[in-house]
Write a protein that binds this ligand. Structure first.
Ligand code: T4K
Length: 393
């Protein structure tokens, strides 16, 4: 029973925005047994090599390097491409994106986003180029691709490198072309909250074998052969334990994705019934990673703000997330940058007040989605009733 007397019944256990895909323990144990036999725990062992090859195929990319996490992978990409000075980026992202630039001694320059996709707007990027700009760090937010053609045009015009942060876009394809084949380098995150994960992990994809060799050296302290250290590298290597887990997780990704697609279709049907709640549209010709289910709440039309909805759903044991609030440009460390001014970022400033990620993961059923949508509707109804009662007093 999802409703008692018209009011949705709260979930018995907390329902979160996501839950990790867990392969059978026996499958992971079988791989760990191989690791024990080999006694190689890290430093590019057999599990690592297998996972790198499997993901290269899965993602349809020429070169791939595994990492400890997506943030270290991003920092390595920035170093491998020799970016300096200023890099143009989006404020509508997770802190890792601008922080990777700051850790590299680069000033992030925030550009506004497209109102439909919420990805960085190529026209805003074009306007922000200066003689200090060395590159673009764009994010495929929620797994929806950026305007890769528009961004490449801007990059070519100004001779800029492009790094794509595809933390949310595992397996996203544009016209059947892997998302990791655009720009100079693409970063993937394999954090536990991602469609495909290795608990903690990440990767860089690129099309140039020489760049891949540089990335691999940087990932391993800059060591290049037994007697040479040729660059200031770091330690970004994925361990055998994480790679073994990843090989088992990968076997379940197709089923997980199929279930997420079914759930998204159900969400779409149900949200269409709610005035003031809109849906982040998928793009034509794109197979999405289905990383998040994102709605936008128009307070005037729904009668309840995004924040009030987020709070109200907690009473039902339902924990949504306001990814990516606050805007990176509003963090203490960035708000004094000229590009961080709200007047420079009107679209992002509005979007960040309206977006809400509702639960999406394979362990949910369509009946769960119905309950979640009933809860969203009930919180809206309650808010409208309170306003009406206040007005009548
Ligand atoms: N670029 C972008 C655009 C990113 O979104 C991210 C990371 C990065 C770069 C950096 O990649 P990594 O260095 O992380 O590889 C999470 C993740 O930690 C982070 O990886 C991710 N983006 C971000 C969007 O989400 P939190 O602080 O929101 O996670 P947390 O712990 O609150 O988890 C969310 C929900 O997931 C929990 O309410 C419950 C569930 N959960 C989480 C974990 C970790 C589980 O059920 N089991 C778990 O093990 O950051």
């Amino acid at each position: 029973m999802s409703r008692a007397g018209g009011t949705p019944v709260p979930f018995d256990d907390p329902v979160y925005v996501t839950r990790p895909l867990l392969p059978s323990l026996s499958s992971v144990m079988a791989r760990l047994a191989d690791v024990w036999t080999a006694r190689q725990l890290t430093n590019i062992g057999a599990q690592h090599e297998r996972l790198e090859a499997a993901l290269r195929d899965h993602l349809g990319v020429r070169e791939l390097s595994l990492f400890t996490n997506g943030t270290v992978a991003l920092i390595t990409a920035i170093r491998a491409l020799g970016l300096t000075g200023e890099v143009l980026t989006t404020p509508f992202t997770f802190p890792a994106t601008p922080h990777a630039l700051s850790w590299s001694g680069i000033t992030p320059v925030f550009c506004d986003i497209d109102p439909v996709t919420l990805n960085i707007d190529p026209a805003a990027v074009d306007r922000a180029v200066t003689n200090r700009t060395s590159g673009i760090l764009a994010v495929h937010v929620y797994g929806n691709p950026c305007d890769v053609v528009g961004l490449q045009r801007v990059a070519d015009r100004h001779r800029l490198k492009i790094i794509y942060d595809a933390a949310h876009a595992f397996g996203t394809r544009i016209m059947d072309r892997g998302i990791g084949t655009f720009g100079d380098v693409t970063m993937f995150s394999f954090h536990a909250t991602k469609l495909f994960h290795t608990a903690e992990g990440g990767a860089l994809a690129c099309g140039d074998p020489l760049l891949k060799a540089r990335i691999d050296d940087l990932r391993n302290f800059g060591i290049h052969g037994p007697d040479a250290v040729e660059a200031i590298g770091l330690n970004g290597k994925m361990s055998e334990l994480h790679a073994a887990l990843g090989l088992s997780v990968l076997e379940g990704v197709a089923d997980e994705l199929a279930q997420r697609r079914r759930l998204l279709a159900r969400y779409r049907e149900r949200f269409a019934e709610l005035e003031g709640v809109t849906w982040l549209q998928g793009l034509k010709g794109v197979d999405s990673s289905c990383q998040y289910c994102v709605i936008r709440v128009d307070e005037a039309a729904f009668g309840c703000s995004r924040d009030a909805l987020h709070r109200g759903l907690r009473a039902y044991n339902l924990f949504t997330r306001k990814y990516f609030h606050p805007l990176c440009a509003q963090y203490d460390c960035y708000r004094s940058l000229p590009s961080a001014a709200p007047a420079n970022l009107p679209v992002a400033t509005r979007a960040v007040q309206e977006v809400l990620c509702v639960p999406l993961y394979g362990g949910l059923s369509e009946a769960d989605v119905d309950r979640i949508c009933d809860m969203v509707a009930a919180v809206g109804e309650q808010a409208r009733r309170s306003v009406a009662a206040g007005a009548a007093e």
